[in-house]
Design a protein around this ligand. Structure first.
Ligand code: ATR
Length: 280
């Protein structure tokens, strides 16, 4: 039987998930498909209600549906319950379940690129407190990060993260960010700054210790200015594309029954789609 999965969003044309799942279906010789489907916000609950009837074993859910989908499906785990969003929907025993795989994607990407580096006991500085930050904060707390300093332009959003994830989270002013870097073992940009067609992320890295790991959730461009500058001063860096690839692993496993590998070949395939001039 051919198993069908898809990614839904509005708009959806930019999604690279079909490349990722298409690569794995071929690599593992699985009879299946993964398509991109535009679904309007007002059609979301109807679409999910008909998902199995339409022959799908599940789907990825992207903007703007992550919260609405959370309300429709059964929540598969406690970490997802806390996030209030799902990005992966799957069918079990006649019911639809949802989970969020962004946090594990973030951690797996770090582990993949820096196998000897541990989050446990570390101080993390996070720039930004938007939608993408929540899953990362949840995963860092679960992994045993000691302190998570969050600098956000809108202070209230960082405070909300502290309310939801506890005293390890320390909300800080956006203007304080350059100074906070002095304490960082890990620096994570979760703002949209530095993304193609967005303003740059002008942050002075002078205080950042040379051993601090620097990562960015932005993956267009593949190497952001932040990553370039960090690399130039000798900091280990982890590009954002890894998180996108690793967050896809569990969905594929849930739908198609094989836990897939994020290979250098897959990285190159998606990187070349983002930047045709990309060379490893
Ligand atoms: P979402 O919540 O959907 O992830 P978002 O609201 O665009 O997306 O949030 C992205 C992050 O980038 C936020 O932390 C945002 O800061 P605010 O919470 O203050 O909006 C941050 N961000 C976007 N543009 C920024 C800018 N010009 N300067 C500083 N931070 C910015």
């Amino acid at each position: 039987m051919t198993r069908k999965a898809c990614v839904i969003g509005w708009p959806i044309s930019h999604s690279r998930s079909p490349i990722i799942h298409g690569y794995w279906l071929k690599r593992y010789g699985i009879e299946g498909s993964y398509e991109r489907l535009p679904v309007k916000p007002e059609d979301l609950s109807g679409f999910l209600a008909r998902l199995r009837g339409n022959g799908f074993v599940g789907c990825n859910v992207t903007l703007p549906h992550k919260e609405a989908a959370f309300r429709v499906v059964r929540t598969a785990d406690a970490a997802t319950k806390k996030l209030g969003v799902v990005n992966t929907v799957f069918e079990r025993d006649g019911e639809l379940w949802g989970t969020s795989t962004d946090g594990e994607g973030f951690i797996a990407s770090l582990r993949n690129d820096l196998p000897d580096w541990q989050v446990k006991g570390r101080t993390v500085v996070i720039l930004g407190a938007g939608g993408a930050t929540r899953a990362i904060v949840g995963a860092l707390v679960d992994e045993g990060a000691e302190r998570i300093l969050i600098a956000n332009r809108t202070h209230a959003r960082a405070e909300e993260l502290q309310r939801d994830f506890g005293p390890r989270i320390e909300p800080r002013d956006w203007t304080e960010a350059p100074r906070l870097l002095g304490a960082a073992d890990l620096l994570v940009n979760t703002t949209s700054l530095g993304m193609t067609a967005q303003p740059p992320l002008d942050i002075d890295l002078a205080h950042l210790p040379a051993s601090a790991v620097v990562t960015d959730i932005v993956y267009t461009p593949l190497e952001t200015d932040l990553l370039k500058r960090a690399k130039a001063r000798g900091n280990p860096t982890v590009p954002g594309l890894g998180m996108l690839l690793h967050q896809a692993v569990r969905g594929f496993e849930l739908w198609f029954g094989t836990r897939p590998q994020v290979t250098p070949e897959l990285y190159d395939l998606v990187a070349a789609d983002i930047d045709p001039g990309y060379r490893r």
